[in-house]
Design a protein around this ligand. Structure first.
Ligand SMILES: [Zn+2]
Length: 461
């Protein structure tokens, strides 16, 4: 522990200038956040012409029904235009809020709100919670029209939207209620740890975050998801038998096998698993079951179980802990830095004794460019995991010594193509656009790799 603290202090020492120098942090955040937005717009401009191609890639020719490829291209164009406009709109909004001192105003408004209930500024944690909610609504409400347009115009036009206005509103209200019920106590404990642990907050905060994440693994499927979707046990039959047999052979601790009514909101399809190490749940979208044959859905699950077999979720969680640790290690230098708050228009009375939540939020904004780079790295890791899971499915035949799993690669390929075609997913992708945005390899890349894995398998036998 002491070694950790010496190291953390060394970092803080290097960043000591943050607490003393008057740096124009606001200008810096403006420049970088616009930089990120302009780069993202540039990526869309690179990607856009590919939606004008009239033929699918060779590997996919023959898989599209009459007019389906054209439909996917039109959908891609519409989505790209929407992303372009909404990206610029959101950034203009954030930039305006930043420029005209919205954050300082929100802190004062939170103080005023508490004052109405007879609480003074000594109730910093309560004021912080009010502050975060003012910020949350201040930035969410102006973007609601985008969400409405995306669901009821864009997705509707291409036949994906199944959400009714009533469902849309109840989802929204439920989402806000959950954010409050979970967010407020989370924030209170988070801030209390700073007060209580003082300079030595890093390990305590890490322990708290890990506990919270594990609690969410249990709470999300049992409490939160049922508020939005209906999970019903997968009906008996071919598909259920296949998945149960597969889970048993792999010693996957399958506790429940569900079908989810994803079609209630959208006809996009998927499958996933979750749970604690000794008790896992598999969830399959009703749309996937309708669109693919049981043996193809089985192959999709074989891919998913590949993620489990190679401990991908655990690895991703470990990376995310490292990420949180790095952020927390840098934070102390920004925690007691009056010039930081002054740069964002906070009055002297507040900036002299920076409230933890304000310092943390401003610090997060300063990290934006770094986060964009980390995002690219995370995509690369996630893509590597996708290859591994695909290869796992292909190699099941040998792993389990099951002759009838020899065609798992073909089945997975067919399932992926169906998923892509039905979801009108983009098939022509610019490499830079993909590196920045995609956590999955493109369909053509995956099909080519699946073939490669199968050839390698044939050679080795
Ligand atoms: Zn995957």
């Amino acid at each position: 522990m002491d070694l950790l603290h010496t190291q953390l202090q060394a970092i803080q020492h290097k960043l000591a200038f943050v607490a003393t120098d008057a740096i124009d942090w606001k200008f810096y955040v403006q420049v970088f956040s616009w930089g990120v937005t302009i780069f993202e717009s540039y990526l869309l401009l690179r990607q856009y012409p590919l939606y004008n191609k009239t033929e699918p890639p060779r590997a996919l020719q023959g898989h599209f029904g009459e007019g389906e490829f054209e439909k996917s291209q039109v959908y891609g164009r519409d989505k790209a235009k929407f992303a372009f406009v909404s990206g610029l709109y959101k950034q203009s909004l954030d930039s305006g809020m930043l420029q005209w001192g919205f954050y300082a105003w929100a802190w004062r408004a939170a103080g005023g709100l508490l004052g109405k209930f007879g609480y003074g500024s000594e109730y910093q944690i309560s004021q912080s919670i009010a502050f975060v909610f003012i910020l949350f609504f201040g930035s969410t409400i102006p973007t609601l029209p985008l969400q409405v347009y995306g669901t009821f115009v864009l997705e509707e036009k291409h036949g994906f939207n199944k959400t009714t206005p009533k469902l849309f509103v109840t989802d929204l209200v439920k989402g806000w209620a959950i954010a409050f019920v979970l967010g407020a106590p989370f924030l209170a404990v988070f801030l209390y740890i700073f007060e209580w642990a003082g300079e030595r907050f890093v390990p305590w905060l890490m322990a708290f975050m890990i506990t919270f994440q594990l609690a969410m693994v249990v709470l999300y499927p049992t409490v939160i998801q049922p508020l939005f979707n209906k999970l019903s046990p997968l009906a008996d039959g071919d598909l259920r038998n296949r998945i149960e047999a597969l889970a048993e052979k792999l010693k996957f601790p399958l506790k429940h096998l569900y079908e989810i009514d994803g079609s209630k909101r959208s006809s996009h399809s998927n499958a996933y698993f979750f749970g604690l190490p000794w008790s896992k749940h598999i969830v399959i979208f009703d749309t996937l079951i309708q669109q693919s044959k049981p043996e193809e859905v089985e192959a999709v699950l074989a891919h998913e179980l590949g993620h489990w077999y190679y401990l991908h979720p655990t690895k991703l969680m470990a990376i995310s802990q490292l990420h949180i640790f790095a952020i927390l290690a840098l934070f102390p230098a920004f925690l007691h830095a009056p010039p930081l708050l002054t740069a964002f228009d906070f009055p002297k009375a507040v900036s002299a004794q920076p409230p933890t939540i304000v310092a943390f939020l401003l610090f997060q904004m300063i990290l934006t460019p770094l986060e964009a780079v980390i995002g690219i790295g995370m995509n690369a890791v996630s893509r590597k995991f996708e290859w591994e899971a695909d290869r796992f499915a292909v190699e099941l035949e040998e792993k389990l010594n099951e002759k009838d799993m020899g065609d798992m690669g073909e089945r997975l390929g067919t399932a992926l193509i169906t998923l892509h075609v039905k979801n009108l997913s983009t098939v022509w992708v610019d490499w830079l656009y993909s590196a920045y945005h995609h956590s999955h390899p493109t369909l053509t890349e995956r099909l080519k790799a699946l073939e490669g894995f199968q050839d390698a398998k044939k050679k080795s036998t």
